[in-house]
Design a protein around this ligand. Structure first.
Ligand code: BGC
Length: 742
């Protein structure tokens, strides 16, 4: 089989357009419709075999297949036997790594370091492309303010500015210089739009978001992806304001193409075109196909509605063939730009060479270190001494490769992570490190992902076995000088179809934590999880808490690096930690109504619990200390449309090197609409040696101060006074003010 493409310069758009027309011209209607169809390649898919569909020209792309040899077999059928001989695009969810697994996206956002996210996705792209994949269904750009929603793990958290920075970085990492570049994959911005605001945090449930919320909060990461040149978009599953995202011309035509100038193609989410019937929107499959395509949805993922219905719709005059041509063009353009017509096949030996590259594992370890957030460190318990003689590692996820890698490890992926236990043992070669998992944790209702990976299904522990495991864990802790509890969630407890009503530590983990803490030993809590957890008791009683998220292949080493001081934690929370799942959505950038925050009545938001966050957005500690001061504005007044600069000095006042994420928040005191109490408008992760000072500079101008006004139904920059805070989290107190005048 021939080698992968070796194009080195960006192909000219005029050449591509000319080639697309030359390919499109002789295509039959059936050939064109085939290009708009993506089929599943997995064995569990019902219906005709992919080989036969491809041979008949019924597919332009294949997903849910992860096998280089099989890619080449199917590609051979497409380019030699199908009527149009057009090569296939192979697509898969490569979300946070292909073989070398990086921290989950929420963790990557906690690094507040877009460069690290870019590097991670470029490694993922290189491995995936070497395996023969062309296209990934990422990055996921859904802002999520409801911690119950399982897919919060796949995104960058609650904030549009952080989310937009992570979006652009991931697009650059996946795609390289242009969509289709060698050693890279085409990215897909998903799920457009609003999916993260599902009613009650229940996956797939409807979303009601006013235009101002969409434009000010939920759209910015998607717009940033378009500006970064993303090749494809995926529509979301749910109804947005009673119009399904897959059949929503306002989203797909007016905003995405009309306003933002997106020129790639849009794919549905899986089965979502067919789902338009389930959503009581389309009358039948034919109506669904018509309305989705008319709305601007180019490719049907796996529902079959396009393949079954589009030809009939054209033949009876309901649908103009020009609409089909318009949908086919950007798909062909990406195939041309990728060089697929010249080099359709994957090199079957390449992946083994690529995954062996040591820099991939180094990048994963560094990314994991940078994503971790130190939540508590009373009395400087951390970092630990490497002279410890006897340590107990306790918890159901402490030695779980699956929990270390996190979600989306499907379609034949073999878990291969360094677990927390292994990482700690490697760091303490001469110590005794005992381990006990304690009682197992599991979902009340199984995940459908278990059906994809039959090995994942295990019989539940009996209550007697769980009790015995509990006692063994306590005894194991009893014998040690120090206990590292590794608690949290398993890989399938966050992600798709993994929403929860409560965000407590699942199972008997908190009970075990309390029992172990009562032994009176020093206890460190390491959290492995894909969403904030309401660790209220731990936050007051466990001296050291490290949020390690789902840290990936090198996770165990990275956690040990942090616990034993070989790396200094510098991550910050990309999402507010509420005290209870029932407080969701709880986010920092809310508006204030009825009473000021310091009013005694403010507490009446609930009478039974404080609604302040357990940990605020942007929060995270370090082994060193920082001071942020000398806040200066280049002007105290400016006109609408003008800009000013904000500078502040950050100093490492402690005795070890460390990173501080300096964050800038603003507040507009009044305006055309009520404005949020605070909004993040700039951030920078600054590495500092002990005693070192650096100046951080931010710009505030129309890009930062303009918003979509509900009152006016348009973008506006108001003339108004503003507060500015610069500091180390969303509760920063270093303050200045300026005024924008007409
Ligand atoms: C998910 C998408 C994913 C697609 C393909 C859907 O269930 O919502 O995020 O890309 O499946 O695997």
């Amino acid at each position: 089989m021939g080698n992968a493409a070796t194009i080195t310069s960006v192909p000219s758009q005029a050449d591509i357009a000319a080639r697309v027309e030359a390919i499109l011209g002789p295509m039959s209607l059936a050939d064109k419709i085939g290009q708009l169809v993506q089929i599943g390649g997995a064995d569990f898919m019902p219906g005709p075999k992919p080989d036969d569909v491809i041979r008949q020209g019924g597919a332009g792309s294949v997903l849910w297949l992860n096998d280089t040899k099989k890619f080449n077999e199917l590609q051979k059928i497409a380019v030699e036997e199908s009527p149009s001989k057009i090569p296939l695009l192979f697509a898969l969810d490569v979300i946070h790594g292909y073989r070398t697994i990086f921290p989950v996206p929420l963790a990557m956002a906690a690094s507040w370091d877009p460069d690290t996210a870019e590097q991670a996705q470029s490694v993922a792209a290189k491995e995936a492309r070497a395996a023969g994949l062309h296209w990934t269904f990422g990055p996921m750009l859904d802002i999520a303010r409801d911690v119950r929603w399982g897919r919060i793990v796949e995104g960058a958290g609650e904030d549009p500015v952080l989310g937009a920075a992570m979006a652009a970085a991931q697009v650059r990492g996946f795609q390289g210089p242009y969509p289709g570049a060698p050693d890279h994959v085409i990215a897909c911005a998903k799920h457009f739009a609003g999916y993260g605001a599902a009613d009650g945090g229940r996956d797939y449930d409807p979303v009601f978001l006013p235009e101002a919320q969409l434009r000010n909060v939920y759209f910015p990461p998607f717009k940033a992806a378009v500006d970064a040149g993303v090749g494809t978009f995926m529509s979301a599953y749910m109804d947005l304001n009673n119009v399904p995202a897959a059949g929503n011309p306002w989203l797909l035509r007016d905003v995405l193409r009309g306003e933002w100038g997106f020129r790639g193609f849009v794919i549905s989410d899986a089965f979502a075109v067919g789902n338009l019937v389930i959503q009581h929107f389309a009358r039948d499959g034919r109506d669904a196909a018509f309305r989705a395509l008319s709305a601007g949805l180019d490719m049907d993922m796996a529902s079959g509605a396009y393949l079954e219905n589009l030809a009939g719709l054209v033949e009876d005059g309901t649908l103009d063939e020009a609409i089909i041509d318009a949908a086919v063009r950007p798909i062909l353009a990406l195939k041309v730009q990728m060089g697929l017509f010249e080099h359709p096949y994957a090199d079957e030996d390449l992946l083994d060479q690529v995954i062996a590259l040591p820099e991939h594992r180094d990048a994963a370890r560094r990314a994991a270190q940078r994503s971790m957030v130190l939540l508590r460190n009373e009395g400087g318990l951390l970092p630990l001494s490497k002279d410890l003689k006897h340590v107990a590692v306790i918890g159901p996820v402490a030695d779980s490769m699956e929990a270390t890698e996190g979600s989306w490890m499907v379609f034949g992926h073999q878990p291969a992570a360094v677990t927390m236990l292994e990482g700690i043992r490697a760091k303490l070669p001469d110590a005794r490190v005992d381990y006990a998992p304690g009682p197992e944790i599991r979902r009340d209702y199984p995940s459908f992902f278990e059906d994809f990976e039959p090995g994942k299904k295990k019989p539940a522990q009996t209550p007697e076995a769980a009790e015995a495991a509990f006692q063994t864990a306590v005894e194991t802790a009893q014998g040690a000088d120090l206990v590292i509890m590794v608690l949290g969630e398993t890989d399938l407890m966050a992600g798709e179809a993994a929403s929860r009503g409560s965000i407590d530590l699942p199972g008997r983990q908190e009970e075990l934590l309390k029992t172990v803490v009562a032994l009176g030993k020093p206890v460190v809590l390491v959290l492995l999880n894909g969403r904030p957890l309401s660790i209220n008791w731990a936050a007051e009683h466990v001296p050291a808490i490290l949020e390690a998220w789902e840290p990936g292949t090198e996770g165990g080493h990275a956690v040990a690096d942090i616990l034993f001081g070989d790396a200094n934690p510098g991550g910050k929370l990309p999402v507010t930690f509420p005290r209870s799942g029932s407080h969701a959505p709880l986010y920092y950038a809310r508006t204030l109504t009825h009473q000021p925050e310091d009013h005694f009545m403010y507490r009446s938001r609930y009478w039974d619990s404080p609604t302040t966050p357990l940990y605020p957005f942007g929060f995270g500690l370090s082994y060193t200390t920082f001071e942020i001061g000398n806040l200066k504005l280049s002007a105290s007044q400016m006109k609408v449309g003008e800009s000013l600069t904000v500078t502040a000095d950050v100093t490492n006042t402690g005795s070890v090197a460390g990173d501080e994420v300096v964050q800038l928040y603003i507040h507009q005191r009044f305006g055309s609409d009520s404005r949020p109490m605070r909004e993040l408008k700039g951030f920078e992760r600054v590495p500092l040696q002990p005693g070192e000072t650096k100046t951080v500079t931010f710009e505030l101008g129309p890009d930062q101060l303009t918003y979509w006004s509900s009152s006016l139904g348009q973008w506006v920059q108001d003339a108004a006074p503003f507060d500015v805070w610069v500091g180390s989290d969303s509760q920063a107190t270093l303050h200045a003010e300026f005024e924008v005048v007409a």
